[in-house]
Structures are given as C-alpha cells and as structure tokens.
Design a protein around this ligand. Structure first.
Ligand SMILES: CC(C)(COP(=O)(O)OP(=O)(O)OC[C@H]1O[C@@H](n2cnc3c(N)ncnc32)[C@H](O)[C@@H]1OP(=O)(O)O)[C@@H](O)C(=O)NCCC(=O)NCCS
Length: 219
C-alpha cells in the first residue's frame, strides 16, 4: 500500500437491511482471540481468490498487521432477536415447554485503518475493508467508508488511501463509485513498466489542496 516498492505505508503516527447492526471499535493489540480468528477466516474467504498464488505469503503479512497496536478497527455486528424453545421436566405435571427470548449478536464485517504519513501528508490508510459474503451489497461497506472519511476529516487528515488488487474488480468498481482515484504514488503512475509488474493499485480521495497535489496529481 503506497509507492511502487512498498505496498503498505512506512511510517505510522499514530446490517442487514431489516435487522439492526451495530458498530464497535478497538486497537489491533487488544483483539480477543475469537475476533482474531474471525478476521483471519473472513480474510481467507474474501481475499484468497483475488490474491491467487500470492495468498499464503500475503496471509502471513496480514496476520502480523492485524495485531499491530497502531491498527484501529470498527466492527459491524448483526443483532437478531431469536426465540428459543426449551423442554423442561417439571416435578408435578411432567413436561413443560418454555419460550425464552435471546439476543444473538455476531460479527459480519470490519474495517482496519491507521493514521499514517504518505508523501509527508497525514492520511487515514484503510488496510482492510471486509464484509461477509452474506452481508455484501447492502450498503454497509459504503457506510463504513463514510465513517472513515468522517474520521479522516475530523482528525484533519489530508486524504483517505487504500490498496486494491487489480484482480478485485468488484472492489475497484466499489471505490470508483465512491470517487476514489488512482494515486500518483501507485506503481502504475510512478512508472508504467513497474505498474505492469505489480498486481495492485493505490487509490486515494484527498480532502485538501496539499494532499490533492501530492497524492492525486503527483506534484
Ligand atoms: C467491497 C466491499 C467492501 C463493498 O462493501 P458492500 O457492503 O458489499 O458494498 P455496498 O453495499 O456498500 O455497495 C456500494 C456500491 O458498491 C457497488 N457494489 C458493491 N457490491 C457489489 C456487488 N457485489 N456487485 C456489484 N456492485 C457492487 C454497488 O454499485 C453499490 O452501489 P449501489 O448501492 O448504488 O448499488 C464488500 O463487497 C466486500 O467485503 N468484498 C470482499 C472483500 C473486498 O474485496 N474488500 C475490499 C478489499 S480492497
């Protein structure tokens, strides 16, 4: 994720339509084991295809990145009120059926972002944006990116940046629709020949003139 030789930035400073979904946040070094396992599984389900033969090495990199203290997360959970039915043997009258309301709460996606410097411009870098297949296409990815842009603006960051595999056509179309452009730091713009060798592009959306000049126009 950044210039032709570095996929990730160098320095860091720092629901479903009918059912309600809620958001949570946290840092990479505070993730519970079950959440780490969830992230690993979802990354494999969603990203093994786009990465192809590079996946085993990329998976290792992603596992390290996942738990870094500078990794920040917003999680999406889906809540659903379910009624469970239990059979209870009563002393006097035999079998009784009871109905209990229970609230199921499960993760359905997340965004991993960091505050970093790109070309000396402070930016929010989106390391991962992942929705479970069953939760895709329902507006949640869009909503998470809106939150990220809000965080970037409120924190006076110049831009939001991210890396997309060229083979990930859906993600490319998704970000294009959100008006992200290929950054001047992306390999294909640094040097078209190097760009041909690389299987990813770096995208950005700048919020102020300095960031626009350095990260979009390459001045
Ligand atoms: C890419 C991803 C994050 C988008 O999130 P999402 O919740 O599915 O997307 P949204 O529902 O918010 O869609 C927003 C727009 O993107 C487009 N889009 C999203 N998913 C699409 C799909 N499966 N097919 C076609 N267009 C799609 C739509 O044009 C949609 O616009 P619309 O609301 O006008 O129809 C999600 O699909 C995902 O997790 N994919 C797998 C992991 C991945 O590739 N992550 C990105 C790595 S860089």
């Amino acid at each position: 994720m950044a210039t032709a030789e570095k996929k990730r930035p160098r320095s860091s400073s720092g629901g479903a339509e009918k059912r309600p979904s809620r958001k949570e946040s946290g840092h990479g070094n505070q993730l519970p084991l079950l959440t780490r396992k969830y992230i690993q599984n979802l990354l494999k389900v969603n990203m093994e295809g786009p990465y192809g033969p590079e996946w085993p090495s990329e998976e290792k990199v992603k596992r390290r990145e996942m738990v870094a203290p500078e990794a920040r997360y917003i999680f999406v959970r889906q809540s659903s009120n379910a009624i469970t039915t239990n059979n209870i043997m009563k002393q006097d009258s035999g079998l009784e059926l009871t109905h209990e309301a229970c609230t199921e709460d499960r993760l359905i996606g997340f965004v991993h972002y960091r505050f970093v410097l790109e070309e000396d411009v402070p930016v929010v870098y989106v390391y991962e944006l992942q929705m479970e297949p069953s939760a895709q296409g329902k507006g949640l990815g869009n909503f998470l990116m809106e939150l990220i842009e809000l965080i970037a603006c409120k924190s006076q960051m110049g831009a939001v940046m991210l890396t997309v595999q060229k083979a990930n056509n859906l993600a490319m179309a998704f970000y294009k629709k959100l008006r992200y452009v290929i950054s001047s730091t992306s390999p294909s713009r640094v040097d078209p020949l190097i760009g041909l060798e690389k299987n990813y592009e770096i995208l950005c959306k700048a919020f102020e003139s300095e960031a626009k000049s350095r990260l979009e126009e390459g001045n």
